[in-house]
Design a protein around this ligand. Structure first.
Ligand code: FAD
Length: 639
């Protein structure tokens, strides 16, 4: 029912502040700030430094954004004192160690040779940007999850250069997909929906959501919407509407040509389509409200109906819209509609791509050679800032400016102090909305364009469970819960790769993935996203934990689940600034080619080029790689 692409497929931790205290304490001791001009000893060099194992509040973790917010608010320089010159000089400085920034470093080296000196700076305590790895130890066993970016897949085919990059890194998605195929692991388990009493009057888990078997394909003897609807606590009218929504072939826009129907659906939300065109009961709207959360980060009130048609939502059967014909306008995501077969999910998501890039750039940091050995390979963080390519974590870039036509100065902040390095070229592979604060010398029009998009907030919560017997008893592997704090949950995608294997039997430990996308239904998309940012910044881990325990107890209690006994660790990956903002036909104009904010915003400025998925207004890994490629191309072509 919920086409949520991005949601597919320690031993008992100390919950204090959501951070494993022993590890955090170890790092704190490593930060001894030297007086004067010396660069402070980096936390990442401390023995045992390994952020993927940290639990509690991750993603935009505490300590990662305070400096950036102080720059935005104009307060940083009041207390920082004059920047300290490190005396370091590089061929290239990359701001942002996400996949786009790491790809830019790769392309720069590929074009200029391995002798190029490169410094990559990132404000987080780990590399990868959104492509972060979560790691747990349960009963001595390694469990992996994606802290953000989930899979290699995109609405459009990967470009020649992004495919070539994956090949260079030893990642062949189709071959890996064939080799690691575990799609029958959950055979016999079904999708389910949980109706909560606050929204639907009663707590009820209804197993047998039509349309998906254990492997995501329609199940043999799949339940029908009629049998499903009859088991729900929905009113009889709403039950009939639910079946009608999926099965009716009536044309609700009789006499209107397909292009005109598409035009109307472009400027109408899916919610309005359900209510005003199909006449659906309000309970159906409640049931469907969050169905778009995984893919868009906002509800059906803010996603155009035509997009929902393109990504396979129900209700359009009778309209007989021409799939290839003209009319209407789709967002980037819906335009491609996931036709490419180039797809693969690593156990830690696309963090594996980030790790593969770091291994190629700094071989001493990560051993091994193949995509398979990468998954369990340890990372020696102390190696990251030593060689010709350096990756410096927990370092927020504050200012980038030209000191001559051929040289820029990059200032970054650590521990309340500012440091400078020099660079012949700079790639800003960070978020668009930060760039105007960093590069004062940019033209005003470019700054305005960079401020246009508002990144989409999302939370990927990963819960380590002692076992999944409750799921097995209930006969479910994923549950949609439209009224609850997390709108869906799913057992981790089964995958055995290299020395790593996910649980084969229900008595083995497993990761449960949960999704929450904070937003404010009823407002325009960008305002919803701003409201989501504010919510995430002010919600402590304890609130998440309380909701998770309550939700799992209520949804899975019938299968014998006991939160206190069965949950061993929780990592809340909070991404206030998540997906790149994609233009939404409900609110955004149809800019002529070259005139959209992302195109104006990404113009090269002297020795400074701009990458990141924001630069293409599309939230996909291949897009981030392509933008890294373009930025380097602009710099090296620029002479
Ligand atoms: C939860 C989630 C799930 C996703 N799932 C998928 C998926 O399944 N498949 C897919 O293809 N795409 C997915 N995406 C989108 C994909 O993650 C991104 O398009 C891509 O990884 C972005 O890479 P990037 O390098 O452009 O940016 P980021 O990954 O955002 O990296 C930019 C880095 O720059 C840092 N930075 C910002 N400002 C500064 C500064 N001033 N100084 C230093 N550093 C700074 C940021 O903190 C960040 O670490 C997902 C995104 C999210 C948030």
């Amino acid at each position: 029912m919920q086409p949520d692409r991005k949601l597919s497929r320690m031993e008992r931790r100390d919950f204090l502040n959501g951070v494993a205290v022993s590890i955090a304490g170890l790092w704190a001791g490593a930060c001894d700030w030297a007086a004067g001009g010396a660069i402070p000893a980096e936390a990442q060099n401390a023995p045992g430094y390994y952020p993927p194992l940290l639990t509690g509040m991750r993603g935009s973790h505490e300590g990662s954004y305070a400096t950036a917010h102080a720059i935005r608010d104009g307060t940083f320089w009041k207390t920082a004192g004059a920047p300290i010159a490190t005396g370091e000089s590089y061929d290239l400085v990359v701001v942002g160690a996400g996949i786009g920034g790491l790809a830019a470093a790769h392309y720069y080296r590929a074009r200029t040779g391995n002798a190029a000196s490169i410094l990559i700076l990132d404000n987080h305590d780990d590399f990868g940007g959104h492509a972060k790895r979560n790691e747990f130890r349960v009963g001595g066993r390694m469990l992996l999850a994606n802290g953000g970016t989930q899979s290699i897949e995109s609405p459009f085919p990967y470009s020649a250069q992004s495919r070539a990059l994956l090949t260079t890194l030893g990642i062949e998605p189709a071959a890996l997909e064939a080799k690691c195929d575990n799609r029958h692991r959950y055979d016999g388990l079904e999708g389910a929906a949980f109706f909560d009493k606050e929204t639907f009057g009663v707590d009820r888990l209804v197993v047998g959501l039509p349309g998906r078997g254990g492997d995501g394909e329609p199940a043999v003897n799949a339940p029908t919407w009629a049998t499903f609807a009859a088991k729900t606590p929905l009113s009889s009218v709403a039950q009939r509407d639910l079946v009608r929504l999926w099965e009716s072939t009536a044309d609700h826009m009789p006499g209107v040509a397909s292009p005109d129907k598409k035009e109307r659906l472009t400027h109408m939300s899916y919610r309005d389509f359900l209510v005003k065109v199909l006449g659906m009961h309000e309970e159906i709207v409640k049931f469907m409200q969050k169905a778009t959360h995984g893919l868009y980060g906002i509800g059906i009130d803010a996603v155009p109906a035509l997009d929902c048609w393109a990504i396979g939502f129900p209700g359009f059967q009778g309209l007989r819209l021409d799939p290839k014909g003209p009319g209407g306008r789709l967002s980037y995501t819906a335009r491609g509609s996931f036709t490419d077969e180039y797809a693969f999910h690593f156990p830690d998501g696309n963090a594996s791509i980030a790790r593969a890039l770091v291994r190629a750039l700094i071989p001493s940091a990560i051993p091994g050679k193949t995509a398979e050995d990468l998954v369990t390979a340890p990372v020696d963080y102390a190696q990251l800032d030593r060689g010709p390519v350096r990756l410096r974590l927990s370092s927020t870039v504050l200012r980038v400016r030209h000191v001559s036509p051929g040289e820029a100065e990059v200032t970054y902040g650590v521990g309340g102090k500012a440091y400078t390095v020099r660079a012949k070229s700079v790639v800003l592979a960070c978020w668009n909305m930060m760039i105007p604060y960093l590069v004062d010398e940019l033209p005003a029009e470019q700054k305005t364009a960079l401020h246009y998009g508002v990144k989409v907030p999302l939370v990927y919560t990963q819960v380590a469970l002692r076992n999944w017997t409750a799921f097995h008893t209930l006969g479910v592997h994923r549950v949609t819960s439209p009224g609850m704090y997390h709108s869906s949950m799913a057992l981790s995608e089964p995958i055995d790769i290299g020395a790593y294997a996910t649980a084969h039997t229900p008595d083995e430990p497993i990761i449960l993935h949960m999704l929450r996308t904070p937003c404010a239904p009823g407002l325009p998309a960008r305002e919803q996203q701003r409201a989501g940012h504010a919510e995430l910044l002010t919600t402590p881990f304890a609130t998440f934990e309380q909701h998770i325990r309550d939700q799992l107890g209520r949804v899975l209690g019938g299968g014998g689940f006991e939160p206190d006994r069965d949950i061993t660790a929780i990592t809340v990956n909070r991404w206030p600034h998540g997906y790149a903002y994609e233009y939404n036909p409900l609110w955004d104009p149809d800019w002529p080619p070259g005139q959209s904010p992302c195109e104006i915003g990404r113009q090269r400025h002297g020795r400074i080029a701009i990458a990141n998925s924001d630069a293409a207004a599309a939230a996909y890994t291949d897009v981030a790689i392509d933008q890294g490629y373009r930025a380097v191309d602009e710099l090296l072509g620029a002479g």
